[in-house]
Design a protein around this ligand. Structure first.
Ligand code: NAG
Ligand code: NAG
Ligand code: NAG
Ligand code: NAG
Length: 481
């Protein structure tokens, strides 16, 4: 009797384990940034990744709500340490211990979060930071490595440093070398990475190369072949991605680490906010990239060796990102802010699917009151677009051609949604009014915000309770065995 019971329990456990292992696959991961006022609940985003079998995610911090939602998912996670924390972590081993225990160890438990990497800073050597984080990176890494060792996690979790492609240069890929001011520090970091079996992480953006330089050949940014290939000795490059990748490979070789694995921390194409940023270009780039990676062809300097992992930038649009680099900054998502697929794309597991169980605010929009004189609206527009996202209205944006009144309505609505549809936020001295008819015009979507009322989700979503019960059931089995 008892053995039969034990056998059936074991069978069930095996089943659960198999289902668990089969669920997550593929080497294409995503970046999940959270600079948005319209945020889906983290569990909805985790379900979105699971539904689409996205098995790897890169975060920019260690948000407890996000890490809790990732518990038990088996999704491989890279957490991030903000640059601003590097000073503290470099100066004090004790603070590194606390950081690891508060932000990492507590989640790395049975049924917890599958944290595999910790990013020490994010592009800390970016030229525009003028070296302010440079002295902290290596000492912070050394302290954190000791903390990982003390926590018995050093064998499993690896420290990495995501770098921008401006850390190296070379007029041809074979001439790649690290920036002279970084040679020494890069040699230290790469030797540290090598001794831990960690990869070098780089962010590569052909979009920015083409956006910033008028003579950059358009087709060289994509993967369909180029009428301006780059000839480098025996090798010919038909796309910027391979050229950039091999420039780094050459730079690594130059300091004695030609075999170091390379992971692409960020790569992608925005879908709005510039004339070269549109849905069809974003689709062409991202699909071309994925096919290129999954084709396992590698590059001329590393034939047959594709990047170890590739993290798309980005999972979701983030409408609170700074527009300093350009209006496109808020439109990198493969999904819009609410988890809707923006263009059809296959990351290797079939066409992407939309998020489920997204909790929207009611179907209400704020528009310009058609019966009022709108000549005095400019201050209201400034207020609205200062707090909300109006980037789609500008040249190259999806809403650039919706006319004067359209512009005003779009701005009013974006503000109203950021204010969670607070009635007063649609007043604008009587110039605004609430409507129940969707004012969306063609590709120019008038959004409805997301209800990120955390506490309500337990009642609204029975799935939660199911998960909770499944979890408790497994805990019971644990006790039985
Ligand atoms: C955990 O990390 C966050 C930043 O990502 C930081 O603000 C917080 O202080 C960290 N916790 C500890 C205990 O260091
Ligand atoms: C979309 O972007 C591509 C390349 O970035 C550009 O060649 C094309 O003209 C754009 N399409 C539209 C409709 O603007
Ligand atoms: C709407 O606003 C955008 C951005 O300021 C501008 O380029 C466009 O011309 C405006 N449209 C009208 C009809 O004023
Ligand atoms: C958020 O939750 C509070 C309390 O649970 C509720 O009173 C409020 O109406 C909710 N807001 C929305 C927009 O659903």
């Amino acid at each position: 009797m008892a053995t039969a019971y034990l056998a059936s329990v074991l069978a069930l456990l095996t089943l659960l384990l198999t289902a668990y292992l089969l669920r997550v696959e593929g080497s294409i991961g995503v970046n999940w940034g959270m600079l948005s006022t319209h945020r889906m609940s983290p569990s909805v985003v985790v379900d979105l990744m699971k539904d689409n079998r996205i098995g790897k995610v890169k975060l920019f911090d260690t948000s407890p709500a996000v890490l809790r939602a990732l518990m038990g998912s088996n999704i491989e996670v890279m957490v991030g340490i903000p640059n601003e924390m590097l000073g503290l972590l470099s100066s004090s081993p004790a603070s590194a211990d606390v950081w690891i225990s508060q932000n990492v160890s507590r989640y790395v438990v049975k049924g917890g979060v599958n944290i595999r990497y910790i990013a020490v800073g994010n592009e800390p050597f970016l030229t525009s930071y003028q070296g302010q984080f440079q002295p902290f990176v290596v000492p912070a890494m050394l302290n954190l490595q000791q903390s990982l060792t003390k926590a018995n996690l050093a064998g499993y979790i690896k420290l990495v440093v995501p770098c921008n492609a401006d850390a190296y240069e070379g007029s041809l890929p074979s001439q790649g070398a690290f920036r002279p001011d970084l040679t020494q520090i890069m040699t230290q970091i790469v030797s540290f990475l090598n001794s831990n079996g960690s990869p070098f992480i780089v962010n590569i953006y052909p979009f920015l190369s083409s956006y910033q330089s008028a003579d950059f050949p358009q087709d060289y940014a994509f993967f369909e072949g180029s009428s301006h290939p780059v000839v480098d000795g025996q090798n010919t490059y038909y796309n910027a991605f391979d050229g950039n990748f091999d420039t780094l490979a050459a730079a690594l070789d130059r300091i004695g680490y030609g075999q170091m694995p390379i992971v692409i921390g960020e790569v992608g194409w925005p879908s709005d906010g510039a004339s070269s940023a549109n849905l069809s270009a974003a689709r062409a780039f991202n699909q071309g990239l994925v096919n290129h990676i999954l084709g396992n062809k590698g590059t001329p300097l590393r034939p047959g060796v594709p990047p170890a992992d590739v993290y798309l930038f980005s999972l979701l649009d983030e409408e609170q990102k700074s527009t300093l680099p350009g209006n496109f900054e808020r439109h990198w998502g493969v999904f819009s802010f609410d988890g809707q697929v923006k263009y059809s794309i296959n990351l290797g597991n079939g066409a992407l699917k939309n998020a489920r169980n997204v909790e929207y605010l009611p179907s209400r929009w704020c528009i310009a009151n058609p019966f009022r004189d709108l000549s005095d609206v400019s201050n209201h527009m400034k207020l609205a677009c200062g707090a909300a996202d109006c980037t789609s209205l500008y040249y190259g944006g999806a809403c650039n051609a919706i006319g004067d009144k359209g512009n005003i309505s779009y701005a009013f609505n974006s503000y109203y949604q950021v204010q969670k549809q607070d009635e007063r936020s649609c007043d604008f001295d009587g110039l605004g009014m609430v409507t129940f008819l969707d004012p969306t015009i063609g590709d120019c979507r008038f959004l409805v915000g997301i209800n990120d009322n955390g506490s309500s989700s337990l009642c609204v979503r029975p799935l939660w309770i199911l998960i909770l019960c499944a979890f408790m059931y497994c805990k019971m089995l644990d006790l039985v065995l």
